[in-house]
Write a protein that binds this ligand. Structure first.
Ligand SMILES: Nc1ncnc2c1ncn2[C@@H]1O[C@H](COP(=O)(O)OP(=O)(O)O)[C@@H](O)[C@H]1O
Ligand SMILES: [Mg+2]
Length: 319
C-alpha cells in the first residue's frame, strides 16, 4: 500500500542505489518511491542493513543513485551540480546517528555550529554569532557557557542537541534524522524526540525520521514507511499502519515491540549472585560426573535467582 502525500516537498521516484564491493554488487536501495508532504514527519523503519541510511544519503546527494529521481520542491537534485546543488543542500540537512562521532573533537562548539554559515558564505562574524546563539538557545543550551567548549566536555544527549543546532543554523526546510536517538541513553531519548518535535513546530520543518525501532517511529511520525531488503513494503498513516498492518513484515515488526507488563514480578536478587558467574543450563543429571560421598556434583537451580549454580556452590543456595 503506497500512499501519496498532498503537496509533497520531497518526492523520490524509482530510486536505485548500489555499492560495489570486491566485484560484487550490493543492492542497497531498489526502486524506492515515496513522497513527503510539507510539514509532515515520515518515519522510515526497517531492520539494520535494509538501506535506510543509504536512502537518506542518496536523497541528500551524498551518494550517487544508479537511477531514479529525487525531486525537492520540484527540482530534481540528481541532475544538479556545483552552485545550484549547494544552494539546494542548504535547504536540506542531516542529523547523524552518533552525535559524538559527528562533531570534530578539536573544534569549539561555537565554530562547529557556525561552520555551515561559513560554507554558505555568511561573512559577517557578528551575524554568524547571532545566528549560532539563537539556535543554541533554541535547543536548550546556554551559548555563553557552551560556545567556547570542546565536544568531549558534553554528554551524548548534549552533543545531539549541538548537532541539531548545527543542522538548523541555515534555516533548512527539510531535515533527515538518521537514527538520532539510537546511540543515546534510554532516559535521554524522550528529551531529544521532544526537542525535535519542538524544533519542527518552531521552524516549520519537514522531517524524514529514520529508525530501526518501531516504537520510536510511532511516537513521532505522521506517516510511516516500512523498508525491507532495500524495498518499501508498506507506507501509510501512522495510526492505520499500527492498527491494521497490511504487510506481514510490518505485522512482525509491530509484534516485536516490547510491551512492559507490570504484573511480571522480578525474582528477588540472590545475595551471593555477584560472586558467581552465570552458568548455562547443565547437562542432564545422568551425564554429570559421578562423585562418591555425601555431596554429589549435580548443579542445582537457585530458587531465588533462577540461576543454575555449579556443584561447588551448592551449599550456598539454600538461602
Ligand atoms: N559504503 C558502503 N560500501 C559498501 N556497502 C555498504 C556501504 N554502506 C552501506 N552498505 C551496505 O548497504 C546495505 C544498506 O546499508 P545501510 O543503508 O547502512 O542500512 P541501514 O541504515 O538500514 O542499517 C547494507 O547491506 C550495507 O552493508
Ligand atoms: Mg543506518
Amino acid at each position: 500500500m503506497l500512499q501519496a502525500a498532498s503537496d509533497p516537498l520531497m518526492k523520490v521516484e524509482n530510486l536505485v542505489v548500489e555499492y560495489s564491493v570486491g566485484g560484487k554488487t550490493i543492492h542497497a536501495v531498489s526502486d524506492v518511491s515515496l513522497e513527503i508532504a510539507r510539514g509532515e514527519t515520515l518515519g522510515l523503519v526497517g531492520e539494520s542493513g535494509c538501506g535506510k541510511s543509504t536512502l537518506g544519503r542518496a536523497v541528500l546527494q551524498l551518494r550517487q543513485a544508479v537511477s531514479g529521481k529525487v525531486l525537492f520542491d520540484g527540482h530534481d537534485l540528481t541532475t544538479l551540480k556545483g552552485e545550484p546543488l549547494r544552494k539546494m543542500r542548504r535547504r536540506v540537512q542531516l542529523i547523524f546517528q552518533d552525535p559524538i562521532a559527528s562533531l570534530n573533537p578539536r573544534r569549539r562548539i561555537g565554530d562547529i555550529v557556525a561552520e555551515p554559515l561559513v560554507i554558505a558564505g555568511v561573512k559577517d562574524p557578528e551575524e554568524r554569532k547571532r545566528r549560532v546563539d539563537e539556535v543554541l538557545s533554541a535547543v536548550g543550551l546556554d551559548p555563553a557557557l557552551v560556545s567556547g567548549r570542546l565536544p568531549h566536555e558534553f554528554s551524548g544527549g548534549q552533543c545531539q542537541r549541538i548537532c541539531i543546532a548545527r543542522s538548523l543554523v541555515l534555516n533548512p526546510e527539510f531535515v533527515i534524522c538518521d537514527e538520532p536517538v539510537s546511540a543515546l541513553d534510554v532516559s535521554i531519548r524522550a528529551q531529544i524526540l521532544n526537542l525535535l518535535e519542538e524544533m519542527k513546530a518552531r521552524y516549520g520543518l519537514t522531517l524524514l525520521f529514520i529508525a530501526h525501532d518501531l516504537a520510536v517511529v510511532k511516537a513521532v511520525s505522521d506517516r510511516v514507511a516500512v523498508m525491507y531488503l532495500g524495498r518499501l513494503c508498506e507506507v501509510g498513516p501512522s495510526e492505520q499502519l499500527f492498527a491494521r498492518p497490511a504487510h506481514p513484515y510490518t505485522a512482525l515488526l509491530i509484534e516485536a515491540i516490547p510491551v512492559p507488563d507490570p504484573d511480571v514480578v522480578r525474582p528477588r536478587a540472590c545475595r551471593s549472585a555477584s560472586r558467581r558467574r552465570r552458568s548455562p543450563r547443565p547437562p542432564a543429571v545422568a551425564s554429570a560426573p559421578a562423585v562418591r560421598g555425601p555431596m554429589r556434583a549435580v548443579p542445582a537451580r537457585c530458587r531465588n535467582c533462577a540461576w543454575w549454580h555449579p556443584a561447588s556452590s551448592r551449599l550456598a543456595i539454600t538461602h
